[in-house]
Design a protein around this ligand. Structure first.
Ligand SMILES: [Zn+2]
Length: 363
């Protein structure tokens, strides 16, 4: 697939190195209406466990990519109910890792308007209406919780949200399941039998680590969710064969797909996970001032990660914060002389977010 991609000057060398080694095989725009035609159930074979009817069933609607990421249309022809149930537990962990993000940006999945409740419902984020306009409401239970800080001089407010514990390894298996769903059936059958075993069982470890790298790109621009699957070019021997990249809200997750049989031959020669550069399918102007922050994680730990938190940053115009008006939703009373006191703030309603400006793939 020939698509022009861009990166910032800082990543130009890394970008060229990656392009020299990889071809883009698949680009999936999540949420686009690209319906899959489904086979009759008695003709289906589960790609993961190898079973077909009557040894297994295909009653559930199985999604190639989790529905909560906004995928309604890409359905699976090759995922039986038993595997679907297991993968559902992985998706649940991925959803916990994203925490309040989907609710803030109102990414519609199975529920049209996702609501987020932090542990103990200390913070609740949901869709609401304010003067007949769609808005997002952030409510905190206890104004003495210290989760909220404001710097009115700078026009910044921050709300810290605790996440529900989640297992990094199950999130990793969720990424791999997406990769295995997007690859051709022949490739999966021929080259990924260890990979399939790994995502279906608990007794196999990847000793080299479960590598996930990526980038966060600041809060002011968000991606239209999309996935890219890269394949190693012929002649390029020392890197992983497949690479899965997910662009979601303001994050990029890059996962070298492990356990390809052809890669295993090379594991002894130190196979190299070439770092994925932040590639964008849009031009210079949009990415010029993006604050690109790289990250690296080992997703091997299985036990749920506790105490993880996410900080929601809100930026306001300084002038606006100085001319605030108080409004009592019960009495509908307005007070034009009010001074904003962040310490007493119980609920924030965000509307007309500036920059619904998605970084659009494919202009
Ligand atoms: Zn199955």
């Amino acid at each position: 697939m020939n698509l022009e991609s861009f990166t910032s000057r800082e990543y130009a060398v890394q970008g060229n190195l990656f392009r020299q080694n990889y071809d883009l095989k698949k680009l999936i725009l999540i949420g686009e209406d690209s319906r899959t035609s489904l086979l009759p159930k008695d003709k289906r074979v589960c790609r993961f466990c190898g079973q077909s009817m009557p040894n297994t069933t295909f009653k559930n609607k199985a999604h190639l990519i989790p529905e909560f990421l906004g995928n309604q249309f890409l359905l699976s022809n090759f995922e039986c109910d038993v595997c679907n149930k297991l993968f559902g537990t992985y998706e649940d962990q991925l959803s916990k890792m994203f925490g309040p993000l989907r609710s803030i940006f109102q990414v519609a999945g199975k529920t049209k308007k996702p609501t987020f409740k932090s542990p103990g419902e200390m913070v609740r984020i949901e869709s609401t209406e304010f003067y007949d306009k769609e808005a997002v409401s952030l409510t905190r239970k206890d104004v003495t919780d210290n989760l909220f800080t404001a710097n009115l001089e700078e026009g910044q407010m921050e709300l810290t949200v605790h996440l529900h514990p989640f297992s990094l390894n199950k999130v990793y298996k969720c990424f791999l399941k997406m990769a295995y769903s997007l690859l051709p059936a022949e490739t999966i059958a021929a080259d990924y039998k260890h990979g399939l075993y790994y995502i279906l069982h608990n007794d196999m470890k990847i000793t080299a680590g479960c590598r996930v790298t990526g980038y966060s790109v600041g809060k002011n621009q968000i991606f239209k969710p999309h996935l890219m699957l890269f394949e190693r070019k012929a002649g390029s021997n020392q890197v992983f064969i497949h690479y899965l990249i997910l662009y979601f809200l303001n994050y990029i997750y890059a996962v070298p797909v492990p356990l390809n049989l052809k890669d295993l031959e090379r594991y002894s020669n130190q196979i190299n996970a070439l770092n994925y550069p932040p590639l964008f399918l849009c031009g210079k102007n949009e990415i010029e001032n993006l604050p690109i922050q790289p990250f690296y994680y080992d997703f091997a730990p299985e036990e749920p990660q506790k105490g993880q938190q996410q900080v929601i940053e809100m930026n306001f115009k300084k002038e606006d914060l100085q001319k605030t008006v108080s409004f009592n939703p019960e009495t509908k009373e307005m007070n034009a002389e009010a001074v904003l006191n962040p310490e007493t703030l119980k609920r924030i309603i965000i509307m007309d977010r500036e920059n619904d400006g998605f970084i659009l793939p494919l202009k």
